[in-house]
Design a protein around this ligand. Structure first.
Ligand code: HEC
Ligand code: HEC
Ligand code: HEC
Ligand code: HEC
Length: 159
């Protein structure tokens, strides 16, 4: 075997290891997808779409601005093949928080974020608000990151 062929074979073997690792659930992600967690039994709004790749590449969001570990610590350098958990594995209740009844104590932020949609809204909307504020300050124009219901949920409420 020539040196060139040897390097080729080694590279192919190494690359197929990575490819195999990526095939396991939770380690790959589509460039763009509808946020439609299957755990929801009912849905009130048309589903939001996340341009995952664009958020990373164009909007320069770090993995750790959305993904974190069981202590909420940002996962900034997720490696190829690593299992990335779905938000609902920890923010477990598939809905928004229930309406507060009279006399009931207010939920803490953490209790509120046990509801999946609250955790997602906190994540998506907080960053969008901060971004738009920065754009406004720097350019005087309105930023384009969506913060209103119908901008994320196209068509708003399901009729
Ligand atoms: C803007 C927020 C955001 C950023 C930035 C981001 N992700 Fe994600 N990612 C998500 C959301 C939301 C999901 C869908 C999770 C769900 O359905 O619960 C997801 C899903 C994934 C999944 C699939 C998980 C599964 O079980 O299906 C992988 C893998 C992943 N992301 C890796 C990464 C890596 C690596 C980076 C950094 C290069 C990154 N993400 C950056 C928000 C983000
Ligand atoms: C392994 C468990 C786990 C996973 C998976 C997970 N979270 Fe969390 N998350 C936590 C914990 C623990 C905290 C800290 C308690 C709290 O503030 O709610 C937290 C906090 C948060 C916060 C508040 C952070 C802050 O700085 O104020 C947001 C927003 C959030 N998670 C959204 C998400 C989103 C979106 C996903 C999926 C892309 C996700 N989480 C996946 C466990 C998890
Ligand atoms: C770390 C910051 C950050 C987080 C977190 C984030 N976004 Fe964004 N998002 C942006 C920025 C920046 C833009 C681009 C605004 C522009 O076009 O200039 C954007 C734009 C968008 C747009 C309109 C353009 C497009 O690419 O579709 C949608 C829809 C959107 N985000 C959905 C979401 C959803 C859903 C989540 C939560 C799962 C989320 N984003 C979380 C930063 C963020
Ligand atoms: C930045 C984008 C964004 C904005 C703005 C936003 N949402 Fe959401 N919303 C989401 C995402 C992402 C989910 C999680 C859906 C999933 O994973 O299945 C969600 C989930 C929900 C759910 C639970 C699923 C359902 O359809 O019953 C409701 C209700 C909801 N949002 C209502 C609202 C309302 C009302 C507003 C305005 C006050 C709003 N959202 C603004 C992104 C957004």
């Amino acid at each position: 075997m020539s040196k060139k062929t040897f390097i080729f074979v080694v590279t192919t073997v190494v690359m197929s290891f990575f490819a195999a690792a990526v095939l396991f659930a939770g380690t790959t992600v589509q460039d763009t997808f509808k946020m439609e967690s299957k755990e929801y039994k009912t849905r009130k709004y048309n589903s939001a779409t996340l341009t995952h790749k664009k958020h990373v590449e164009e909007y320069k969001a770090n993995c750790g601005e959305c993904h974190h570990d069981a202590n909420g610590k940002p996962l900034n350098d997720i490696k190829t093949g690593e299992n990335v958990q779905k938000c609902i594995e920890c923010h477990k209740i598939p809905s928004r928080k229930p309406k507060k009844k009279k006399g009931e104590p207010k939920l803490t932020d953490e209790q509120r974020r046990a509801y999946h949609a609250e955790a997602l809204h906190d994540n998506c909307k907080v960053c969008h608000k901060v971004f738009n504020k920065k754009v406004k300050k720097e350019t005087g124009k309105k930023g384009k990151a969506p913060t209103s219901c119908n901008k994320c949920h196209p068509g708003g409420k399901i009729k």
